[in-house]
Write a protein that binds this ligand. Structure first.
Ligand SMILES: Cc1ncc(COP(=O)(O)O)c(C=O)c1O
Length: 411
């Protein structure tokens, strides 16, 4: 089934946002089926969604949660990041990556990024580690735009540190594993936890939603406990036998649970899981279309004159492309970024900036000082994310390229 008819998606005259969900009647029917059933949350559809995610990524465990941000918080808690622990985070990412460190009392050590890709590199990570005021115990690489940080070349950076990959942008992307082999993002070839988001602009949509993958059974069990208030009913984990077990049968009392450490309610509902499961069935088609549209952008942006070009391609990995980013020398063109965004909007085209460097945010600037992130500053100065989602056509991309050409060059 294609996009829903009558919603204007794919229509040449329709507004093209920078990103949006693509839902069809099958997706809607999947959610309605759950609405008619017995389980709105903590039910079998969440289990099925997690199982499908395991199959897709090759990870041993998948734990669904209520958002990518919730997932990062859970991952930080489960990884044992404690007050005062230093954690490496790239300067260009969404707020949530760094904020997760602060939620658990950790301190963020920002790494600069490559000026053309926005990705943390072995050199920028090593420089940040060398400049840190103390030992850095965890690393949170961000696979920005769907391109991947090449962790296979970052042995010295990983070096026994806990790892949380922010793969919000990278569902369906592939990268080199431990032996330089071709691995799905989410397979966790370097250990630790990988986090995905299914916010509507991401590769699949559940409204709000997140997924954590790991190959470590103990980490997975801890993530499951933490997303549900820290509760467990697992007989092997119970520590108060006089309360826990029926004295006659020896079974766990049916009402009983224990909490070793407080958790949260970060559960994903079965409604969201039903949408996610249905969307995963369309993932191969979504990725193929994203790649085709991105390839067209890449070639077209390269032909828009000396002051506009596509963002750089990472040296390794096969991206599923969450974002199509242009690098624009606004100064040389004599036009502001706001004017370009407004001009595109007037032509029915949305665009966005991903992202203002996080250390520039008042909260982080106050806490850690201004810092010096020349790569992030150069990337940020030129970036503009253009519409990219699977319901778009190659003709839509041409329309965006024509509009950008006209607006940027004052035509
Ligand atoms: C890189 C990155 N990390 C984390 C998040 C947070 O995900 P969510 O919106 O699902 O909470 C996002 C979402 O925008 C993101 O782009």
């Amino acid at each position: 089934m294609g996009p829903r008819s009558g919603d204007g998606i794919g229509d040449a005259a329709a507004f093209l946002p920078y990103g949006r969900q693509v839902l069809d009647d099958e997706d809607i029917a999947a959610v309605v089926e759950v609405l008619r059933g017995d389980w709105l949350t903590t039910g079998p559809t969440v289990d099925a969604y997690e199982e499908r995610f395991r199959d897709l990524t090759g990870a041993a465990h998948a734990v669904a949660c209520s958002s990518g941000t919730a997932g990062l918080h859970l991952a930080a808690l489960a990884s044992g990041i404690a007050p005062g622990d230093r954690v490496l985070v790239p300067a260009v990412t969404f707020l949530a990556t760094a904020n997760a460190v602060r939620f658990v009392g950790g301190e963020v050590v920002f790494a600069d990024v490559d000026a053309d890709t926005g990705l943390m590199t072995p050199a920028t990570a090593a420089a940040a580690l060398a400049a840190a005021t103390g030992p850095v115990t965890a690393v949170m690489p961000v696979h920005l735009t769907g391109q991947t940080v090449d962790l296979s070349t970052m042995g010295a950076v990983l070096d026994g540190r806990r790892l949380i990959e922010d793969a919000c942008h990278a569902l369906g992307s592939r990268y080199p594993g431990m032996a330089g082999d071709d691995v799905a993002v989410g397979a966790c070839p370097f250990g630790g936890i990988t986090m995905f988001s299914s916010h509507p602009v991401k590769t699949i949509a559940t409204g709000e939603g997140g997924m954590l993958t790991t190959n470590d059974g103990e980490l997975a069990a801890l993530l499951r406990r933490l997303r549900n208030h820290g509760m467990t009913r697992d007989a092997g984990a119970l520590t108060r036998p006089e309360l826990a077990f029926d004295p006659v049968s020896g079974a766990v009392n049916p009402w009983y649970y224990e909490m070793a450490a407080p958790g949260l309610n970060y559960r994903l509902s079965d409604l969201h899981a039903a949408l996610g499961l249905s969307q995963l069935g369309k993932l191969p088609g979504f990725i193929a279309q994203r790649r085709a549209l991105h390839a067209h952008y890449h070639a077209g942006l390269g032909a828009l004159g000396p002051h506009i070009r596509p963002a750089g391609l990472a040296p390794k990995g096969v991206a599923a492309w969450h974002l199509a980013v242009a690098l624009i020398d606004f100064d040389a063109l004599g036009v502001t970024r706001a004017a370009v965004i407004d001009g595109l909007r007037a032509r029915g085209i949305g665009s966005q900036v991903h992202y203002l460097p996080v250390p520039w945010q008042p909260y982080y600037r106050d806490r850690y000082g201004a810092g010096d992130y020349p790569g992030a500053a150069a990337y940020y100065r030129r970036i503009l994310s253009l519409p990219l989602y699977p319901a778009m056509t190659i003709g839509d991309v041409d329309r965006v390229l024509d509009a950008l050409d006209a607006v940027a060059h004052g035509r």
